[in-house]
Design a protein around this ligand. Structure first.
Ligand SMILES: Cc1cc2nc3c(=O)[nH]c(=O)nc-3n(C[C@H](O)[C@H](O)[C@H](O)COP(=O)(O)OP(=O)(O)OC[C@H]3O[C@@H](n4cnc5c(N)ncnc54)[C@H](O)[C@@H]3O)c2cc1C
Ligand SMILES: NC(=O)c1ccc[n+]([C@@H]2O[C@H](COP(=O)([O-])OP(=O)(O)OC[C@H]3O[C@@H](n4cnc5c(N)ncnc54)[C@H](O)[C@@H]3O)[C@@H](O)[C@H]2O)c1
Length: 468
């Protein structure tokens, strides 16, 4: 048994954990990062990167289809999958391991577990055990794992998780998907475009993307329907079975059945708290690890949690933001400096994280929806505008269809949230993020003149709708 003493120990080398290491090392501390699978985490190999690589051809097909004079050729699926494989480095993390080494930080391969105050025990694949003691902080960054609902026969039918969908080698001809959130919508559309001819989406509720403004899910459902994806709202799987020839049969709550070659379950994720030794710190393994705005566990001097594990916002960019706050605050505290500088508090999560759903139409949003703002007691006024009537959008393609909505705090005259749905709206959301998080008064926003003819002219239209 080897013992290591170091300033900071990070458990989990996903985007959040890696960024904590980066920040503490930049500040002059030493750091060890514990990783049991691939350095780079879920995002790099099984989530953001492969899903977006698979969605890009569908995105371009949509664009080309809207511009007369361009021809759409057949999709070469094997080349699309080969590009996906390049994007995920063929599931080889040596590049990331090198990046960690160059920080420099120490990569410890194995499963990390809290075994005492400031102590993590790492068990390698070969059973070798290393006990690592942190002088200043232990940061947990173990991410999240998919949830499989307790439906009769579902687990036995060996459904796909998002990992199977994003690393797909052979696109099933018949695909069924359970869920109506981001993973379900993105992967349904990607796989349908890549050859899943019969695609059925089984949605428990009455709409897609239930956390964003309703019009976004409605536009997406309309596009799904047009492209031949069969969306069944207000429907649940009651029983699932897989026959000897591999066919999966879903018995649905409305009495109908769906047959498919593969079934993707995309019903959300839960924090990866299992076997992490959270009891050592008196924490409940069934819940996300609660943290304060410096990402520290309340009541602890040394334990922090960043990324999906703390349940604030399950998004890579938010995990990395939290990691920057966390790494910097650990360094400040280690040096006896003030930990009260503005950059040492997580305020962005509180505004409502920016997010892009890379479907066609894309959906991008930041801040609060109108309903959420009203629930929080704000004095709200919301304005909407049809994106198809914006010159820059119209020029992007015939029949451009989209919508935007701004939610205004009437008392302070600032934006609480903005949502866009339509082709190519991904890049619009950062301007909205600046307006929302910097609380730019509408009177000032009026002077941020959008270029003509760009889709950004939507800003002018929304402000005019508001009455400026
Ligand atoms: C299909 C899909 C697509 C997505 N697309 C996007 C997107 O486009 N944009 C976006 O912002 N977000 C996206 N997300 C969400 C994003 O993947 C996560 O928010 C992000 O990966 C969280 O980062 P993390 O560092 O907290 O955790 P992870 O990336 O999950 O990394 C955690 C790491 O910890 C390791 N680990 C776990 N337990 C232990 C242990 N006990 N010891 C040692 N190591 C351990 C794991 O092996 C893993 O490497 C997507 C998610 C899915 C499922
Ligand atoms: N582009 C992106 O930013 C992106 C892409 C993919 C995933 N993600 C992140 O990953 C996380 C996980 O995504 P997700 O789509 O799995 O989760 P989600 O929470 O977004 O959606 C889960 C869906 O499953 C449904 N559901 C839950 N339990 C169910 C049950 N028992 N039966 C039937 N339906 C059920 C919900 O109603 C919801 O529609 C999200 O928080 C998301 O932010 C982000």
């Amino acid at each position: 048994m080897a013992d290591v003493e170091i300033d900071v120990v990070v458990v989990g080398a996903g985007p959040a954990g890696e960024n904590v290491a980066d920040r503490v090392v930049r500040a002059g501390l030493t750091c060890a990062v514990v990783e049991e699978h691939l350095a780079g985490g879920e995002c790099s190999y099984y989530a953001c990167i492969p899903s977006k690589a698979l969605l890009r051809p569908m995105d371009l097909m949509g664009e080309v289809g809207r511009v007369p004079g361009l021809e759409l050729g057949p999709v070469n699926v094997s080349k699309v999958l080969a590009r996906r494989d390049e994007a995920i480095s063929h599931l080889d993390d040596s590049g990331q391991a090198e990046w960690i080494a160059k920080l420099p930080a120490t990569l410890l391969r194995g499963r990390g577990r809290l075994t005492g105050e400031r102590e993590v025990t790492v068990t390698g694949a070969d059973g070798a055990v290393t006990v690592v003691r942190a002088r200043h902080a232990v940061v947990l960054a173990t991410g999240s794992v998919p949830v499989v609902p307790p439906v009769e026969g579902l687990a036995e039918a060996k459904p796909w998780s998002s990992r199977d969908a994003t690393t797909v080698r052979e696109v099933p001809r018949r695909l069924a998907v359970i869920g109506g959130g981001v993973v379900a919508c993105e992967m349904t559309q990607a796989l349908h475009a890549l050859g899943a001819e019969e695609t059925t989406l089984i949605v428990r509720g009455g709409r897609l993307l239930e956390r964003v403004e309703p019009f976004a899910g409605e536009l997406l459902a309309e596009a799904f329907g047009k492209s031949g994806i069969d969306v069944r709202f207000n429907t649940e799987a009651r029983r699932v079975e897989r026959s000897a020839d591999g066919t999966v049969t879903l018995h649905l709550s409305d009495g109908s059945t769906v047959e498919a070659d593969e079934l993707l379950v995309a019903t959300g994720r839960r924090p990866a708290t299992g076997d992490l030794g959270l009891d050592v710190a008196g924490l409940d393994v069934k819940k996300p690890v609660e943290v304060d705005d410096s990402m520290r566990v309340p009541g602890s001097e040394w334990l922090y949690a960043v990324g999906d594990l703390n349940g604030r916002n399950l998004l890579t960019h938010m995990g990395k933001y939290q990691a920057r706050v966390c790494g910097d605050v650990i360094a400040a505290r280690a040096k006896g400096e003030s930990d009260d500088r503005p950059s040492l508090h997580d305020t962005a999560d509180g505004y409502g994280a920016p997010q892009v759903v890379f479907t066609d139409p894309q959906v991008s949003a930041v801040g609060l929806t109108e309903a959420a703002a009203r629930d929080k007691g704000f004095d709200v006024r919301a304005v909407e505008y049809d994106l198809g009537n914006v010159g820059g959008a119209y020029l992007l393609g015939d029949g451009y269809k989209g919508r935007a909505k701004a939610v205004v705090d009437e008392r302070r005259k600032v934006l609480l949230g903005v949502t866009f749905a339509g082709p190519g709206v991904a890049e619009l959301v950062h301007a909205a993020t600046i307006a929302v998080t910097a609380e730019v008064p509408l009177e000032k926003l009026w002077h941020a003149v959008p270029s003509f003819p760009t889709v950004s002219e939507i800003w002018l239209r929304l402000l005019e709708e508001y009455g400026l």
